[in-house]
Design a protein around this ligand. Structure first.
Ligand code: UFG
Length: 325
């Protein structure tokens, strides 16, 4: 089967492209290389250098015919979305409309969409299941929720089946080192901790130690990117088999605090990771932990690499190369 991976040169997209290739699919990657990296492209996959803001480039890429497309081409920094909503609206919402309309015109009837736990906002109960109220606290989460709604309409009106996958905190790198590109200008906790450990930045800011959690820092559910990638393949196969759209959470169901992550990284890297507690970051819920039972039941999914030690060591392997002290 032929799969178009839009955003397939990015951090998550390259792991997803790898997972489809490993399962024997014929993969084409479409990416504008703005945050995606050439090093993340695989020789076995065709590459189209294109931009989702240019419908004609999507049209041309989709003309070959695909059994499905995976949409990972988006901006993902929750904090920055609060400062630049216009850019997030354009890239995430308008960009997705382009993809859906071109897919519809090209008779591509299956879409796997990278959604996010950010659609839920502050948890009203834990762990968060898919029925939890959706009240995003940041603009990024709002864009993801809007796209899920669009997908619901395209399912109804155009028979476009979708899987909306709500990622919790994606982290880690392919454990066998097959992803070559290091994410540039990371905004997320673990790569920032690693940059600090590797001496690429002098210190890390811990955004708040006065949250109502066990140690005062925020708690997140970190899920390994290879586990996420595997779920995309299973979700695609589910919608092929059942001709039915689904929305699932993907998380490890384990909460890790910022302090715990930093402390464990110090132990596993053997580096001092200098950190200061600073003020809270806008739009940060205190605790997010997933219930992934729906993905486990429907997709037979279970995370293999999402324990904190594998998350840290697989990431550190990438950063160690950049150590300059
Ligand atoms: N944090 C710090 N210092 C930093 C960076 C992060 O203390 O330099 C803290 C944050 O305040 C937060 C935690 O580390 O408490 C995780 O922050 P990230 O920025 O790594 O991740 P977020 O939880 O804000 O968001 C991530 C993804 C989103 C996704 C969300 C779902 O970036 O795309 O997880 O849970 F929607």
């Amino acid at each position: 089967m032929r799969i178009l991976v839009i955003g397939g040169a990015g951090y998550i997209g390259s792991h997803v492209a790898r997972a489809f290739l490993d399962r024997g699919y014929d993969v084409t990657v479409f990416d504008n290389l703005q945050t995606g990296l050439r090093e993340n492209l695989f020789i076995e996959a065709e590459f189209v250098h294109g931009d989702i803001m240019r419908p004609e480039q999507l049209r041309e890429a989709m003309a070959g015919g695909f059994d499905g497309c995976i949409h990972l081409a988006a901006l993902k920094a929750a904090g920055l979305s609060m400062l630049n909503p216009e850019i997030y609206a354009e890239a995430n919402i308008a960009g997705t409309i382009n993809i859906l309309n071109q897919a519809s015109a090209a008779a591509i009837s299956r879409v796997i969409f990278s959604s996010s736990a950010a659609v839920y906002g502050t948890p009203q109960y834990l762990p968060i299941d898919e029925e939890h109220p959706k009240e995003p606290e940041n603009f990024y989460g709002f864009t993801k929720l809007e796209i899920e709604r669009l997908l619901g309409w395209y399912d109804q009106l155009k028979e476009m089946r979708y899987a909306a996958i709500r990622y919790f905190n994606a982290a880690g790198y392919d454990v066998s080192g097959r992803i070559k590109g290091l994410e540039l200008h990371p905004e997320n906790l673990l790569p920032i901790v690693m940059e600090t450990a590797a001496g690429m930045r002098p210190k890390l800011s811990i955004f708040g130690d006065d949250y109502p959690t066990k140690d005062g820092s925020c708690i997140r559910d970190y899920v390994h990117v290879s586990d996420l990638a595997e779920a995309h393949v299973s979700a695609f196969e589910y919608i092929v088999e059942h001709d039915k759209s689904i929305t699932v959470n993907l998380g490890s169901q384990t909460g890790v605090s910022v302090f715990e992550m930093v402390e464990r990284a110090r132990v596993l890297t053997g580096r001092s990771v200098s950190a200061d507690v600073t003020g809270r970051r806008r739009g940060d819920p205190s605790e997010l932990v997933a219930s992934s039972s729906k993905a486990r039941e429907l997709l037979g999914w279970s995370p293999k690499y999402s324990d904190i030690d594998t998350l840290i060591t697989s990431t550190w392997k990438m950063y160690e190369k950049f150590t300059n002290h």
